[in-house]
Write a protein that binds this ligand. Structure first.
Ligand SMILES: *Cc1c(COP(=O)(O)O)cnc(C)c1O
Length: 392
């Protein structure tokens, strides 16, 4: 049969059945594997076949099903599943760089990603240049012949800036640099990173893949050469492999991800439209909303801007806190992509540690709210937001 569409791949991709013919994917809760003979053990350490496993830190049938399924969705040859999104980001960065290398990254990054780049890689002698990811000329100026790797979030958290990925890939590849994309915000459903030539696509599967606030997880997707080469070698020796229970939860969650993410992203688009021009708000931001500064680029790259929008309440922190405290069912949390809608105040939580000049540079103002759309009825979500805004 021809290549499956994403919806079919999300349900059937990567399935491996045991001799029992189970309908639902089996959870292999085992640390190690047994060999029928000493010779078989020796042979497997020389080269393990597709259905041969050695130790759960190296691989496990449940993990492998999840890896094959998410790689199939992304459209890459292979994937490696990790304990968390940060295990995936740090693994990808550590596996591919060494002292003396130059790395270019967009500045608008998830806080822990910034820490790994500046503090961890920096400590080992990797030179980091941070650029405004929305500025193509800044990428052109920063990427040099000795640049080994380029890192970016396709859509940044929390300010929803959009990177012109085709441009960055072209400049990076012209300089023989690898492109690693943190794809948490755009989701595997609307991802375009692999299609546009990214070498590695990294997910915090904690977000839309699990989508129900249960499990931490991560995945690195890319060519077989990179994944079963430097990535697997680094991950298996440093202990970042996902545990089989989380992999199983993620496998089952992938079956419903398309439905969930499409519903949540439709809600996000609706909220952006209906909140636009609200008297209590000074700005509303969603990539595929016509008022977004990069609307044309966002529309060219994907049919949706994801499941998260951002808005700025007039009146700074005091007004933002009043809004959050007045919410009835929308939850105050720092997570996103949950089935439950979540309102986050980045300036005092996820991005609290950033110095004020960095917050200013990134547009993380005191009134900024990051809003993650859940699976509730969109009219109920809107009503909760409206009544909470009316309290300000
Ligand atoms: C959440 C997140 C991560 C980290 O993922 P964890 O699963 O929490 O480790 C990395 N990058 C981005 C963009 C994220 O949103």
């Amino acid at each position: 049969m021809a290549k499956w569409s994403k919806r079919t791949a999300a349900v059937h991709g990567g399935t491996r059945r045991s001799q029992y013919g189970e309908l639902s994917e089996a959870m292999f809760m085992t640390q190690a594997f047994c060999y029928p003979s000493a010779e078989a053990a020796e042979a497997r350490f020389v080269e393990a076949g597709d259905d041969e496993f050695i130790y759960a830190r190296y691989g496990n049938p449940t993990n492998r099903m999840f890896e094959d399924r998410i790689a199939g969705l992304e459209g890459t040859e292979d994937g490696f599943a990790c304990t968390s999104g940060m295990a995936a980001v740090s693994g990808a960065l550590m596996a591919l760089t060494k002292a003396g290398d130059h790395v270019v990254s967009s500045r608008a990054l998830f806080g822990s990603c910034l820490y790994v780049l500046e503090e961890v890689l920096g400590r080992f002698g990797v030179e980091i240049t941070l650029v405004d990811g929305t500025d193509n000329a800044a990428w052109d100026a920063a990427i040099r012949p000795d640049t080994r790797l380029v890192f970016l979030e396709s859509i940044s958290n929390p300010t929803l800036e959009v990177v012109d990925l085709a441009h960055v890939v072209k400049v990076a590849h012209a300089n023989d640099a690898l492109v690693v994309v943190d794809n948490a915000m755009i989701t595997p459903v609307f991802s375009y990173a692999a299609d546009m030539g990214a070498d590695l696509v990294v997910y915090s599967t904690t977000k839309h893949v699990d989508g129900q606030g249960r499990m931490l997880g991560g995945a690195i997707c890319g060519s077989k050469e990179l994944i079963r080469g430097p990535i697997e070698t680094y991950m298996k020796h440093t202990g970042g492999a996902i545990n089989p229970f989380a992999a199983w939860t993620h496998l089952k969650a992938l079956e419903t991800m398309d439905l969930r993410v499409r519903a949540q992203s439709a809600t996000a688009a609706l909220l952006a439209e209906r909140l636009s021009g609200h008297e209590k708000l000074s700005a509303v931001r969603f990539p595929t909303d016509p008022n977004h500064p990069q609307y044309a680029l966002a529309m060219r790259q994907a049919p949706s801007g994801g499941t998260v929008l951002a808005f700025e309440v007039k009146g700074g922190k005091e007004a933002a806190f009043k809004f959050q405290n007045a919410l009835e069912f929308v939850i105050i949390s720092n997570n996103f992509a949950d089935a439950k809608s979540i309102a986050t105040h980045p300036a005092t939580t996820t991005h609290q540690r950033l110095p004020q000049d960095q917050k200013d540079l990134l547009g993380i103002s005191d009134g900024l709210i990051r809003f993650s759309c859940g699976l509730e009825d969109p009219e109920d979500i809107l009503a909760d937001i409206e009544q909470a805004l009316s309290v300000i």
